[in-house]
Design a protein around this ligand. Structure first.
Ligand SMILES: [Zn+2]
Ligand SMILES: [Zn+2]
Length: 245
């Protein structure tokens, strides 16, 4: 009641606008996103590859491949046990992540973290997860940006699930080139040896869930998983806001 009143009073003096479509926030809003942008985030539905989470094309749905690993995973099994994403990368979710990372609108991590918690709870064995580990940025990149989006997302999921977020387990010890223009093999080489495990006692014998904003080829998540498994983690899953189709 008090909170509602406070929100109404704030809206009166600072009318809130959605950072994606720039319309005034109305009903069904998920601050700072408006209701239509929130609902327009394209949730990923099963069936998908049990290993990397890649959604199977529509014509394969309901077929015998449901749940089984995709072609790429059968050829080369990823390091992580499973990867899941809340949405397919593109459209509104790409804009939302862009506004968060490059526009400095850290409030956008709240609805995106909620989305991770909500969609993720049907994809991830939440009760088995011991801790959430955000994929670290290199300290110089984080200083430049002022925050690590993966930490903000993991904290939000942590609150919703009651699972601790451990932001100091992994450290990015080497600055890497942006992965954007690299192919899969170049991406793996680019991140090889980039991460260091700092608090192995937190992950030893445990089910660890890596949290990141986007999964592209899985090179970064795979390298983090390798380091965590070498350090004694029993299971390493991955949860991202979006995955590139
Ligand atoms: Zn909007
Ligand atoms: Zn796969």
């Amino acid at each position: 009641m008090w909170q509602e009143w406070a929100t109404t009073a704030l809206d009166l003096f600072f009318p809130p606008f959605c950072p994606l479509c720039h319309l005034r926030l109305g009903e069904r809003r998920r601050d700072p996103l408006c209701g239509s942008c929130w609902e327009g985030l394209e949730r990923l539905l099963p069936p998908y590859c049990e290993s990397c989470g890649r959604p199977f094309p529509r014509f394969e749905r309901g077929g015998s491949r449901e749940g089984s690993p995709c072609e790429a995973c059968r050829r080369s099994r990823p390091r992580f046990t499973y990867a899941r994403a809340a949405t397919l990368y593109g459209g509104r979710v790409r804009e939302a992540l862009h506004v968060l990372k490059f526009g400095g609108k850290t409030a956008v991590a709240q609805p995106l973290g909620d989305l991770l918690a909500e969609v993720g709870s049907s994809m991830v064995p939440v009760n088995d997860v011991h801790c959430l580990v955000p994929v670290p940025l290199h300290p110089s990149r984080e200083a430049e940006r002022g925050f690590n989006q993966s930490v903000l997302l993991a904290r939000r999921v942590s609150r919703r699930w009651g699972v601790p977020a451990e932001a100091k387990v992994l450290r990015r010890q080497r600055a890497t080139r942006p992965q954007t223009d690299l192919d899969a093999a170049e991406r793996r080489a680019n991140v090889k040896g980039a991460f260091e495990l700092r608090r192995s006692h937190v992950v030893e014998g445990r089910h660890v869930l890596l949290v990141d904003d986007v999964l592209t080829t899985g090179a970064t998540a795979g390298e983090c998983a390798r380091v965590l498994l070498n350090g004694g983690a029993a299971t390493v899953g991955v949860l991202t806001v979006a995955r590139v189709p």
